[in-house]
Design a protein around this ligand. Structure first.
Ligand code: PMP
Length: 460
């Protein structure tokens, strides 16, 4: 590591950035984003250090994934052990290896009891595509080949592969690429802060939002609908949207009534982020397919996947060979990724980090609410576990948003950084998802930084 830092210190940041801009394409990037980007070179615990030696709190756990924090020796050792033993072998055609077997077995004891068998991918977008193809395959195998439509929600994020982007409920992310795939339909989110029901509607917000699914299924025709896909708590598309407690139980009942599979996208919410092992555990709701990625390896190596119910597995197992589930990725069940996932789960479990996320998340929420609940530009403070969102508004009574040209979110983001907190603001919603291992005093420090940064941009 000394050698590594020596090599880096001899590099000029400006040269690196020039070279980066010449040859590297970045996710969702535009050259106007920043003329002086971070060049990250080191991580330790909840801190990231850039090439100039600036050390900041990683308020988003990398990309919502580094749950155990940076520099965990156990994860490095798990990876290197497996790399030297067997770096790669295929899982095609029924071949297997111990890390994949052990991981599937471990997961079976952790996930909601409706989930029974697992398929591994390299990330969340591939997991979304795997879920959708599997739902369609399932109905077709049962002779219901018209059941192909997927219903998703506005403000959802499911990934950037063509299928996952078609499910994603942020139209701007697809418009520039031409039409989304046919067979996708979107309903409004159960967004407690902004959901408005018709005047005189006696249903709760959660009930009214869930009933939108029933209306869509009836309109499209249940014989045409394969699945409903939803993040238990919405993340990247809408800025941390926590549904009310009555939403998912009612969704489950509607899916059952019309023979529609429920796909839970637990890519952000899985593996303890929300204070339970999985997001749907908060409501005891059992999905038919559950997809995951990110936190399963704490981001140390790419891994995603999906779990399916026993019924779905039995349909896969019962197909004639020529009608088999023709789905596969080279990197499916990559041995090194599976070994790191097993070690991540061991640490989460043995260090009690899931319960810890619930406690620290409640502490963070409370601290923010105590300091900001009456701030005229703080519209909503919400969250579950260490997944917290704070929505800034131009006017509290009307919930009116700031004009994009005010760039309030960007100004707050810069103030956060100045005070040592790195995170995303989407576009006026401050997203907080620090590592599950974040010490209590750093949780308080994060809250203090958020409060002083908001007060700096938006003095009362
Ligand atoms: N689903 C959800 C809920 C996500 O948050 C993400 C990534 N932010 C994805 C899917 C896509 O995952 P990936 O970027 O690994 O393809």
């Amino acid at each position: 590591s000394e050698c590594f830092s020596h090599a880096l210190s001899s590099l000029d940041k400006a040269d690196l950035v020039t070279s980066d801009r010449r040859h590297l394409l970045h996710p969702q990037h535009h050259p106007s984003d920043s003329a002086d980007p971070f060049v990250w070179v080191h991580g330790d615990g909840v801190f990231l250090t850039d090439i100039d030696g600036r050390r900041v709190i990683d308020g988003l756990s990398g990309m919502w994934n580094v749950s155990l924090g940076h520099g965990r020796r156990e994860l490095v050792d798990a990876a290197t052990r497996q790399l030297s033993r067997l770096a790669f072998s295929t899982a095609y055609a029924g071949a297997t290896h111990p890390p994949a077997i052990a991981l599937a077995d471990r997961l079976a004891g952790l996930v909601p009891p409706s989930i029974h068998a697992f398929y591994f991918t390299s990330g969340g977008g591939e997991a979304t595509d795997s879920s959708i193809r599997t739902a369609r395959y399932y109905w077709r195998a049962l002779g219901k080949s018209a059941k192909t439509t997927v219903i998703a929600r506005e403000l959802s994020y499911h990934g950037s592969t063509l299928g996952a982007a078609s499910a994603t409920g942020v139209a701007e992310f697809s418009e520039v690429f031409g039409p989304r795939l046919p067979g996708f339909h979107h309903i409004a989110s159960p967004y407690p802060y902004r959901f408005t029901s018709a005047p005189g509607d006696r249903r709760s917000i959660g009930e009214a939002a869930a009933d939108l699914l029933e209306e869509a299924i009836v309109r499209i025709g249940p014989h045409n609908v394969a699945a409903f896909i939803a993040e238990p708590i919405q993340g990247g598309g809408g800025g941390i949207i926590v549904p009310t407690d009555d939403y998912f139980p009612r969704i489950r009942a509607i899916c059952d009534r019309y023979d529609v599979l429920l796909i839970a996208d637990e890519v952000i919410t899985g593996f303890g982020r929300t204070g339970r092992w999985f997001g749907l555990d908060h409501w005891g709701v059992r999905p038919d397919i559950m997809q995951f990625a990110k936190g399963i390896t704490s981001g140390y190596i790419p891994l995603g996947g999906m779990g399916v119910s026993e019924r779905i597995k039995s349909v896969l197992d019962g197909a004639p060979p020529e009608r088999r589930w023709w789905h596969g990725y080279t990197n499916s069940a990559h041995p090194v990724a599976c070994a790191v996932a097993l070690e991540t789960i061991r640490v989460l479990d043995e260090e009690g980090l899931v319960e810890r996320a619930a406690r620290q998340g409640a502490r963070l929420l409370q601290h923010l609410r105590n300091a900001l609940a009456d701030h005229p530009n703080v519209g909503d403070i919400r969250g579950q576990g260490l997944l917290v969102g704070l929505e800034l508004v131009a006017d509290r009574p009307s919930k009116e948003r700031f004009a994009a040209s005010d760039a309030i979110g960007e100004r707050v983001r810069r103030e956060l950084l100045k005070r040592g907190l790195y995170t995303r603001v989407l576009p006026d919603i401050i997203c907080l998802a620090p590592p599950l291992v974040t010490p209590e005093q750093v949780i308080d420090q994060i809250a203090d930084i958020v409060v002083t940064s908001i007060e700096a941009v938006l003095p009362r």
